[in-house]
Design a protein around this ligand. Structure first.
Ligand code: ZN
Length: 143
């Protein structure tokens, strides 16, 4: 199987059967993000304890790219620190705006590398991550 086919399958898989797509009742951070370019909307819920992301989920209405990206994001964040999450986001943004090959630390997010050929879709791929950052900065921080 070609790597492009593998990436394509991952996006279809996560885009049609997203993981962690639910309201997180005990979230202590949440935020709703919107991508006007495409019409994608995503609500991200996070439970943070001692700077560690204990649980994370999302509800959304959007294209397959934005759904797949949010789904993959939630899979990657559980159990890591906020600093590590910021770091992954930085690497992901760099991937989508450079010509470089994906690094191993990006995991399944590497599947979204193809969107960099379509600058308008980059916002679809990063929406959940921008929303996560805003959720973590939001004022309703109790953790
Ligand atoms: Zn979109």
């Amino acid at each position: 199987m070609q790597i492009d086919d593998l990436y394509q399958e991952l996006i279809i898989d996560h885009g049609t059967e997203p993981r962690n797509c639910r309201v997180l009742e005990n979230a202590n951070h949440e935020f709703e993000g919107f991508n006007p370019l495409c019409g994608d909307k995503v609500h991200v819920y996070v439970l943070v304890e001692n700077d560690i992301i204990r649980d994370v989920s999302f509800k959304n209405k959007g294209c397959a790219i934005s759904t797949a990206s949010a789904s993959i994001m939630t899979e990657m964040l559980k159990g890591i620190t906020i600093a590590q999450a910021h770091d992954i986001f930085k690497q992901f943004q760099h991937l989508l705006t450079s010509e470089e090959e994906p690094t191993e630390s990006l995991g399944k997010l590497a599947a979204l590398v193809g969107v960099r050929k379509f600058p308008s879709r980059v916002k679809c791929a990063t929406l959940a991550w921008h929303t996560l950052q805003q959720a973590l900065n939001a004022k309703d921080y109790h953790g």
